[in-house]
Design a protein around this ligand. Structure first.
Ligand code: TRP
Ligand code: ZN
Length: 855
């Protein structure tokens, strides 16, 4: 890792930029291969930085056409990564630097910087894409006011801020009054149609709202617009945050590396997170659209008005904004269901990351390629840390801290230290120990034993913080453990109390109890830890039946299912009757939310089981996990057999489609029942459901059920015929076939699909549909032949020169290699070595592979 492209950037090396940027004027003469960008940058010496420094501007793949300072030409030539102007050539007073560069958006396949997607021009600048547009101090602590103009034949021309041209939002002149870092810059020009509405803010200002899409797609924007309006209202009501421009635009693009981007006043979205109709989008798609629209909108305050000093502080905006979008979705839907889903994601992605070679702190102190740090740890664990902070300071403390944060830091590029200081000042709490959550990686393991004597119940807690790469030693963390106690008849005798575990070992007592209670521990998943406690199936079943905390009620069923499954795998045990009876009770309990019942009916996934087995000291066998899980599903189907047809019939959702959480929950439970029914009737009910489906949730859900039992060939053909012209639905068609391929057929199925004429591998959605579905098919990806490992490596090597960001992201499929047996470890390592030996490997993929191999 000594190559110059693998140089680590360190938090400890932070220094301010020697100049402030008072104003930026950009002019774009758009052309597919010869776009001209003129930039006028008005610099002012930065009083906070030592005088007399050279000025280093970032710039990549830019053909410099002219360079002048205060109108006088300069002769400096750029290198591979930028341009240096020596201090001697710089005035000690304000000056204007003007550059003209030429760039080629059409041949920019990285989808970073200015590029073309489906004939339109668009940009992606976070984290460091602006340097591919013009020479610039491309760092978040350099903030400036921007004016933008453009010349192009494209009918719609957008940038940040408010339009200044005569055409009211469609002309090519824009002024953004709010100083912003370059990563929030955006420009769009294309033949687009607007779906429009407006919002009146809390102070009575009217804001024009537009969602720009390709002509023909305007009928698919209503849900995204509705989500935007609800987000704007919610941020006013819950956080007191008002929108601050006259216009808010969203543009949907087909070629996009991630979900969406919060550019000031001009959010750019992956079209799959905007476009939805009942026929073409699933309930999960609707929920994600709502959440991501909210997320990007909420960034206007947490990210844009208050941004990050440097990229090490990424969680400052991402963790907080995820936390806010989770609160929003909970308010819009169900807090219980949302929390369970968020914890499922956290464990599947973040615990997995934290337990492997790519583990890093929520605030890392070193990186090679910042794009590799848009991770589950920064986002999801970053949000968990905020939830813990709120649990520790209380709702009122959280509110006053947030008010102070917005007040004190509006307009700043801030740090995690600033964030914690606000909490300390607002609540008087010392957060020195709490800061470890930001700086120390790894998932704490909390072990609990209990005893009961003379009416006194004691919980003995112990925490262990395992070593992670580069961090052999960890300090004890402050862990909020929310606990409630139930008496033997299932009534709550001690309501939820937050215990603060601050030592390695600590005991907590509850007095005055008539009988030994059953503890409900880590309610609401109050901390992102792995909890272990010796317990019995009977106690888990008791909690599943009686716990008043909905998260822990679900968790009890989940833990019970895992125990059963793990016994099946490790000692061939029969499926426990306790579990079957408990699941039956919940599934048919009509007082419970159908969405909750659907989640309880869902068995833990295979990767989750592998993770759990590994944590318990076993070497997971993917084939054995696969067959044990299927056997358990079959046993459950047998057990529920007499009841399933009536359940399926009772959950039909006739009438016009309702995207709301209640109707979605009914569809989810119905599909869960159909999946079990398919084990009994050979797919007859699922076939009928496919035929009568009147939403994509039902159509795709029924198709998945059929594929999972090795059927569905006719439906796959018909589905393609029906949806051939809808790119987003065709992504589902590709993904389903790989996700449900039998373990020994997964590599071959994937390979065949990569030869399909519609496999457009340069489109990240399509690439992910096929390639990420392979790594998501646990038994198929880990088939003993190693064919899937090879296939993934082949595609990463092929994609890397074209789109290094997406290639690096997909490489995390290999991060779990240390879990498996020696043969699989050797097979995966061989592929990592092969990638590593590839000439011209990107910094992105090179860093990822290097970190995985170093484990
Ligand atoms: N800041 C964006 C978000 O969280 C995500 C993002 C970062 C992104 N880098 C990106 C999106 C690159 C697309 C491409 O909402
Ligand atoms: Zn974000």
């Amino acid at each position: 890792m000594s190559s110059p492209t693998q140089k680590a950037i360190l938090l400890a090396d932070y220094t301010p930029f020697p100049y402030l940027l008072d104003h930026v004027s950009l002019h774009f003469k758009l052309h597919p291969t010869q776009t001209r960008v003129t930039a006028k940058l008005l610099f002012v010496p930065n009083p906070a930085a030592p005088a007399g420094q050279d000025m280093r501007l970032d710039g990549e793949k830019l053909a410099l056409k002219s360079l002048s300072l205060n109108g006088k030409p300069l002769a400096h030539t750029p290198d591979e990564t930028g341009l240096t102007i020596p201090a001697a050539d710089l005035p000690k007073a304000p000056f204007t630097l003007e550059t003209e560069v030429e760039i080629s958006p059409q041949t920019n396949t990285s989808l970073d910087g200015l590029y073309m997607s489906g004939g339109m021009y668009c940009t992606q600048c976070e984290a460091q894409g602006f340097r591919k547009i013009t020479f610039y101090p491309d760092r978040p602590d350099v903030m400036a006011r921007f004016d933008v103009t453009m010349e192009t034949d494209m009918p719609v021309q957008l940038s940040n801020g408010n339009p200044t041209g005569p055409e009211n939002g469609r002309g090519g002149a824009w002024h953004d009054p709010w100083p912003k870092p370059a990563y929030l810059f955006a420009l769009v020009a294309g033949n687009l149609t607007a779906y429009s509405d407006h919002f009146t803010t809390m102070s009575g200002r009217r804001v024009a709202l537009n969602i720009y899409v390709r002509p023909g797609d305007e009928g698919k924007c209503a849900y995204a617009m509705d989500s935007l309006i609800r987000s704007m209202k919610w941020d006013e009501e819950v956080y007191g945050r008002e929108y601050d421009l006259d216009i808010f635009n969203i543009v949907a693009v087909d070629d996009f590396n991630m979900g969406a981007m919060e550019n000031k006043g001009l959010n750019i979205f992956n079209s799959k997170l905007v476009l939805a109709t009942p026929e073409s989008a699933t309930d999960d798609d609707y929920a994600r659209i709502e959440a991501v629209i909210a997320h990007e909108y909420f960034h206007n305050w947490t990210g844009n008005r208050i941004t990050c000093r440097d990229w090490f502080q990424l969680c400052l905006k991402e963790g907080l904004t995820v936390y806010r979008d989770q609160q929003f979705s909970g308010d819009m839907r169900s807090h219980a269901v949302k929390r369970i889903e968020d914890v499922l994601t956290l464990r599947a992605r973040q615990f997995r990351e934290d337990g492997g070679p790519l583990a890093h702190a929520v605030r890392p102190d070193s990186y090679v390629e910042i794009n590799n740090f848009y991770t589950a740890t920064i986002y999801e664990k970053g949000a968990e840390v905020i939830g813990m902070l709120k649990a520790l300071v209380g709702d009122a403390g959280y509110k006053s801290a947030l008010d102070l944060y917005f007040d004190r830091h509006d307009g700043d590029a801030a740090t995690i230290e600033d964030w914690l200081q606000v909490f300390a000042d607002a609540t008087g709490r010392d957060l020195t120990q709490f800061k470890h959550w930001y700086t120390q990686a790894g998932t704490p393991q909390v072990t609990i034993i209990d005893d009961f004597k003379n009416g006194t119940y004691t919980l003995h807690l112990e925490q262990k913080n395992p070593a992670t790469p580069g961090q052999p030693h960890k300090d004890p963390k402050v862990i909020p453990v929310a606990v409630g106690l139930l008496n033997p008849s299932g009534d709550e005798v001690v309501p939820t109390t937050v215990l603060e575990l601050t030592e390695s070992r600590q005991s907590f007592t509850f007095t005055g109890l008539a009988a030994r209670p059953t503890p409900s521990i880590l309610r609401g998943f109050s901390a992102p830890v792995i909890l272990t406690r010796e317990t019995t199936p009977t106690e888990r079943a008791f909690l599943l039946a009686h716990d008043t905390d909905p998260f822990n009620k679900w968790e009890a069923g989940r833990a019970l299912a895992k125990d059963v499954l793990i016994h099946k795998i490790t000692d061939g045990a029969a499926t426990a009757p306790d579990w079957l009876a408990a699941i039956e009770t919940v599934t048919f309990d009509e007082t419970l939310d159908p969405a909750f019942r659907a989640l309880t009916l869902r068995l833990p996934g295979e990767d989750d089981i592998a993770q759990t087995l590994h944590a318990a000291g076993h070497v997971p066998d993917p084939a054995a996990i696969h067959s044990a899980r299927r056997a358990m599903q079959a046993d459950l189907a047998q057990h529920l057999a007499p009841l399933l047809p009536a359940l399926i019939a009772s959950l039909a959702t006739p009438g016009p489609f309702d995207p709301g959480a209640v109707a979605a929950g009914r569809r989810a439970l119905r599909l869960g029942a159909l999946a079990l029914m398919a084990r009994l009737d050979g797919g007859a009910a699922a076939t009928a459901a496919y035929t009568s489906a009147n939403s994509m949730t039902e159509q795709m859900g029924a198709l998945a059920v059929l594929l999972d039992i090795g059927q569905g060939a006719a439906q796959i053909a018909a589905f393609r015929e029906q949806w051939q012209s809808d790119r987003l639905v065709m992504d589902k068609w590709f993904a389903l076939q790989v996700a449900y391929a039998a373990p020994d057929a997964a590599a071959a199925t994937t390979k065949a699909l990569t030869q399909d004429p519609d496999f457009d591998w340069k489109n990240p959605n399509r690439f992910r549909a096929v390639i990420a579905s392979l790594s998501g098919n646990h038994a198929g990806f880990h088939a003993a032949s190693g064919d899937s490992y090879r296939l993934l490596a082949d595609w990463l090597i092929k994609l890397d020169p074209v789109n290094p960001q997406t290639a690096a992201r997909m490489s995390t499929a290999f991060e779990t290699w240390p879990r498996y047996d020696a043969d699989r470890q050797a097979l995966i390592r061989a592929q990592l070595e092969r990638i590593n030996a590839t000439a011209g490997l990107s910094r992105n993929l090179g860093e990822m592979v290097g970190r995985m191999l170093a484990a």
